[in-house]
Design a protein around this ligand. Structure first.
Ligand SMILES: [Zn+2]
Ligand SMILES: [Zn+2]
Length: 369
């Protein structure tokens, strides 16, 4: 059989078709390693050369084994900006050379969920399970030199003049997630007092966008004194250290005494969800943004009589164009999110820095080609 094999150069598998990527090998195991470059599989695909990517808390959850749908061999990452290097035959609105933001949520543009703007549950063939988040989950992701993007015309956004890659990569996930699942689902209104529990990147994205709907007060709540202080650069008007014994009284003192209008949970553990239910006023809203890995005890016996609305969800990313305009015009300042910079080949160091965020004070680690 050896002698009948087609020479590698003829079928195009040569040096130029190997790239580096961050590959998940099962819980606790990852490597920056050689893998085949992605190929166009469907006529609506494009291939993007990744120029800027980053790491999300969700990637750390995957590495802990919390997301069993991610199987060994998968390239991680769902945030990225880069230049289109190849387009499928049905792509007419994008061209080789376009600089684009890859949304963490793919949208086929024509399934019943996409027609309602609920891209999070796009039924497109890549997400037959009805989940729009495919990159670094159900298909190979963006922590690589190249990535295949399905349904590209409805899943990427051209980077406008004046927007940097570092700003653009925040629009792949954290800004739309904070705005849609925290601010919009929480129905923030002019004059509201909003508390955000958890001042990590997504909690800070909630704080940065809550002002767009006129929040009067934005209270950052975190155990880490440094993060509480830093939050003021992202739009927080007040800060409360949840390690203080009187943390709840401190929050109540920043309201009219009845509690906050909107309590946003941006951590993803039972204790912080419980905190949100304890500080919300009658008629208020609890917006859960955190990614939970275990059940939460819901004290309905106390909450029902207070007319509390509880919301949660996976980002639809249908506000990405709106947020992109605000970043481009300078109305939404997002320059403080990036705390550390790496090159793609330093991916393992970037993970190490991000995983030790409490020591390194990392928010977003920006990884450039
Ligand atoms: Zn993410
Ligand atoms: Zn769809």
């Amino acid at each position: 059989m050896e002698s009948s094999r087609t020479p590698l150069s003829v079928i195009g598998i040569g040096r130029e078709d190997i790239m580096k990527a961050l590959v998940y090998h099962g819980p606790g195991e990852k490597s920056w390693t050689d893998v085949p470059e992605p190929q166009i599989q469907n006529p609506t695909d494009v291939i993007v050369r990744i120029d800027t990517t980053t790491i999300c808390g969700t990637d750390l959850h995957i590495l802990k084994g919390d997301v069993p749908a991610v199987t060994p061999g998968r390239i991680l990452g769902h945030e990225g900006v880069g230049v289109i290097s190849e387009v499928g035959g049905a792509v007419t609105q994008l061209a080789v050379g376009d600089n684009v933001i890859i949304s963490c949520i793919k949208s086929c543009g024509h399934c019943s969920f996409c027609q309602q703007g609920i891209f999070a549950h796009c039924l497109g063939e890549e997400g037959a399970s009805g989940i729009g988040w495919v990159f670094g989950h159900l298909i190979d992701g963006t922590q690589a030199e190249y990535v295949r993007v399905p349904y590209a015309e409805t899943s990427v956004y051209k980077v406008p003049e004046g927007v940097t890659n570092q700003q653009g990569v925040l629009l792949s996930d954290i800004l739309p997630t904070g705005f849609e699942i925290g601010v919009q689902y929480g129905q923030v209104k002019p004059g509201d007092v909003v508390a955000v529990i958890g001042a990590g990147p997504v909690g800070l994205a909630v704080m940065a966008t809550a002002g767009l709907y006129g929040a009067a007060r934005i209270i950052a709540v975190d155990l880490d004194a440094n993060r509480v202080e830093q939050a003021k650069k992202f739009g927080a008007t007040d800060g409360v250290n949840s390690g203080d014994v009187d943390w709840k009284e401190q929050i109540m003192a920043l309201t009219d005494g009845w509690g906050v209008d909107v309590a946003v949970e941006a951590v993803g553990v039972p204790q912080t969800f419980q905190m949100a239910t304890e500080i919300v006023r009658p008629g208020g809203r609890v917006a859960n943004v955190g990614v939970h890995g275990t059940s939460v005890d819901l004290p309905l016996q106390n909450l029902w009589i207070h007319n509390i609305a509880i919301t949660m969800g996976l980002v639809n990313s249908n506000t990405t164009p709106l947020l992109l305009k605000l970043v481009a015009s300078g109305r939404l300042n997002v320059d403080n999110f990036a705390t550390h910079h790496f090159k793609l080949h330093e991916m393992m160091d970037a993970y190490d820095t991000f995983a030790r965020a409490s020591e390194t004070k990392a928010l977003k680690v920006i990884i450039d080609r």
